[in-house]
Write a protein that binds this ligand. Structure first.
Ligand code: ZN
Length: 300
């Protein structure tokens, strides 16, 4: 372990490690991937998926909601929106509060912090995060972009409109008059999301989010910055994992903590600045949160 951080990261109580590291940090950068939402109950498989999409599963053989969400071979925009309207209601408009998100916010909010997430659900809104501190680098389920990407502007999807698409669809198609259309070119709209070939509409708000993230890094790189990575998978390492590891290698004051049950290879160069926490995310955050509450009581 580095000489810069004093927390004993070898102790077996992982909640204790996390709690002490948060206290010791000058600032905290949190990276949140799909594993965090899954751990909080927003899973993309099982009854949560099969109860809502049995017709689409039967037609296309989807095995989870992510595969269906990034599917690009819909019969028509009417069919795509029959799926998406239900998806967005489930994972955005009607998504309940996730306890781990709320507890995490309370654990870090007394320190300077910033979040970068590849998640596009509404978990941060539901837990009342200061959204100027959350960089949603992969878009949001509640935003629309022109499917031709003819211009760089995302638009909020109206929840009432979305509900109408759910209620008025039949045989897996929404009525043509409910398909959202681009105000510039008239092409149909799609969810604001990135794909490997067409990338994504990045509008002025996206660039403001990106600039605030960069401002945070400019301010705190070089200090005792704690990088906390929750549930980042291997599908898109270029947004969180690779930059986090590169920053760690470049800045010896950084400590990089991965909270992930799946162990993945850590480059040799940053092994002495890396702490792996392997407990399930939700119970780990809960234990750490309970510990901080007890601490408040005994010292307050
Ligand atoms: Zn357009």
């Amino acid at each position: 372990m580095t000489q810069i951080w004093h927390t004993n990261t070898q102790q077996s109580n992982q909640a204790q490690v996390l709690s002490e590291l948060i206290q010791e940090a000058d600032a905290i950068l949190v990276g949140i991937g799909a594993g965090m939402s899954a751990a909080t109950g927003f899973v993309y498989t099982g009854p949560r998926f099969t109860d809502v999409f049995s017709d689409f599963i039967e037609k296309y053989g989807f095995f989870d909601m992510l595969q269906a969400f990034i599917f690009d071979d819909w019969e028509s925009p009417a069919e795509e929106w029959a799926f998406m309207s239900r998806f967005v209601a489930l994972n955005y408009f009607d998504q309940p509060e996730g306890l781990a998100y709320t507890q995490l916010k309370e654990l870090i909010e007394d320190k300077p912090y910033h979040v970068i997430t590849t998640n596009a659900d509404s978990a941060f809104y539901r837990s009342n995060y200061d959204m100027t501190k959350v960089f949603r680098c992969q878009g949001e389920y509640g935003l629309l972009q022109c499917a031709n990407q003819c211009h760089e502007q995302a638009y909020p999807l109206n929840p009432t409109w979305n509900q109408e698409m759910i209620e008025q669809q039949s045989e897996m198609k929404v009525p043509d008059n409910l398909i959202p259309h681009c105000p510039k070119c008239g092409h149909h709209m799609e969810i604001n999301k990135r794909d490997a070939i067409r990338d994504m509409v990045e509008d002025p708000d996206f660039h403001r989010q990106k600039a605030r993230y960069q401002d945070f890094l400019d301010e705190y790189l070089g200090q005792k910055l704690l990088l906390l990575e929750f549930g980042v998978g291997k599908k898109t390492p270029q947004f969180i994992r690779e930059p986090f590891q590169a920053m760690t290698q470049e800045h010896p004051e950084l400590l990089y903590v991965t909270v992930n049950q799946r162990l993945y290879q850590i480059p040799d160069a940053i092994k002495n600045q890396t702490v792996r926490l392997t407990e399930d995310i939700a119970p780990l955050v809960d234990k750490t949160y309970q510990m901080s509450q007890k601490g408040d009581a005994s010292f307050g």
